[in-house]
Design a protein around this ligand. Structure first.
Ligand code: MG
Length: 451
């Protein structure tokens, strides 16, 4: 066990070498598969680059593919991880982090693909894809994952229509419902956003798509798969902020949402945010996304604005009505989209106060910060080999800008805050429980009170 900056004893980061066959296979097989798909996508778009940029576009396509093929070879043969040299604004920060890894591992062992923390190498690969494109104008801004994100959006149209129709039904009657009923609606839309994180995978796979059924009707049958449910504490945080405001007390009443995936999940997040504003549980919602294409389906500024435009342009009465309102929220500043280099770096969130103090200060202004998805969870808890019964607060290791909640379906080998015996029982019943996306958590922590 190692100690962190605060002197607390923490388990080691999960690495390809240490966690056994799952991560080993993941590093060896999943990352090269993604790189191969990226190369295919760029190659398939050769004619498009030619039409847009002529011969220069073709040259850029060839050189980008050459860099990515070299990267894939380095990964597969466990070569040392090299410092970034592309002159982008975040390169120094990345290189400092790499030096930190070398410090942890000692001089004798090179920081290579299989011998490094899994979180670091996975993030590094996406940053290197960005480097390969950036070094090859005029295709520097090309989003290699755009096709799959767009496909995911269009494949879940029916579920989005159902959700928008449900939302408009709620909004019509919000004026005179009890606080108890409001809480029930909140719980439903929180869970829709939670399971939106699971549904992304099934939608992308394009078969046995659970979104053919109503995302609202599925909630009851999914309830037993929520392993930790702190939704009552999340509700209590929001309703007390609303009460304070109704009493004329000052307060920002802001909810921040640190997004995960584009497609159906993003729409579920926007629907939840719409409900928070229309019910008065929040006056302002800030969305945080990625500044370049990341982990295949993560939301970038383009994805965010494109999605709202698509919803507005939909040939469906309630969907387009919802989209028009979202456009006006954006225009009036009730909603806003932000990115920050920290979200596309490998740092654990306990480093944020030191390494990105401006972002930490921004999150401190929120009444509640929602962290969507698996990667955010890995960064919250540091992607470490925690015992499942370690409490969420301990795994956060001092990251407490505001009350926060993770909405995550489990897709990686990390989970804290379970009851004694809960993890081993799940492991016995369902050996893939940590990685199948079948289970989920609504896990809350507030620096202001006991859980
Ligand atoms: Mg993602």
């Amino acid at each position: 066990m190692a100690a962190d900056q605060t002197g607390n004893v923490v388990p080691p980061s999960l690495s390809a070498k240490e966690v056994g066959s799952f991560a080993y296979l993941t590093v060896r097989d999943r990352l090269p598969t993604i790189l191969t798909k990226v190369v295919d996508t760029i190659h398939r778009n050769k004619n498009k680059f030619f039409e847009e940029y002529g011969e220069e576009g073709i040259q850029a396509e060839k050189q980008t593919i050459s860099l990515l093929s070299k990267l894939r070879n380095e990964l597969q043969t466990d070569k040392p991880i090299l410092a970034l040299n592309d002159g982008l604004a975040d390169a120094d920060s990345w290189n400092q982090y790499l030096l930190r890894q070398q410090g942890f591992q000692g001089d004798q062992e090179a920081v290579s693909w299989f011998k490094s923390p899994w979180l670091f190498v996975e993030c590094y690969m996406y940053r290197k894809i960005q480097e390969a494109l950036w070094l090859n104008p005029p295709i520097s801004d090309y989003d290699v994952f755009s096709e799959s994100k767009t496909q995911s959006f269009f494949e879940s149209q029916q579920a989005m229509m159902t959700l928008c129709t449900y939302l408009e039904g709620i909004n019509k009657n919000l004026g005179d419902i009890s606080e108890h009923h409001l809480q029930e609606l909140f719980n439903k839309l929180l869970q829709v956003s939670l399971w939106g994180n699971k549904c992304d995978l099934s939608i992308s796979a394009g078969k046995e798509n659970s979104q053919k059924s109503s995302p609202i009707d599925s909630l009851v049958s999914l309830q037993p798969f929520i392993l930790v449910d702190h939704s009552a504490a999340v509700w209590s945080t929001l309703i007390s902020a609303r009460r304070q405001r109704q009493l004329g007390k000052a307060g920002s009443n802001r909810v921040d949402v640190v997004l995960d995936n584009a497609g159906f999940e993003l729409v579920t997040d926007l629907v939840l945010a719409d409900f928070l504003v229309s019910s008065g549980l929040a006056r302002e919602v800030r969305f945080f996304g990625k500044s370049f294409p990341w982990f295949v389906s993560d939301v970038t500024a383009n994805d965010f604005h494109w999605t709202i435009r698509q919803i507005t342009a939909a040939n469906h009465k309630w969907m387009s009505q919802v989209g028009v309102r979202w456009q006006s929220y954006m225009k009036e500043g009730v909603w806003s989209y932000h990115d920050h280099p920290f979200w596309t770096q490998p740092h654990e969130f306990c480093d944020m106060a030191t390494d990105a103090p401006d972002l930490y200060a921004t999150l401190q202004e929120a009444n509640l910060v929602l962290f969507k998805g698996d990667l955010n969870y890995r960064k919250l808890a540091g992607d470490r080999d925690w015992d499942h019964t370690v409490c969420f607060e301990a795994a956060l290791r001092g990251f407490e800008p505001s009350p926060l909640c993770s909405l995550r379906s489990l897709k990686a080998n990390i989970q804290v805050g379970l009851q004694p015996g809960q993890g081993s029982k799940l492991g016995f019943q369902d050996p893939d429980w940590m990685t199948s996306g079948k289970y989920a958590v609504i896990q809350f922590y507030s620096p202001n009170s006991e859980q």
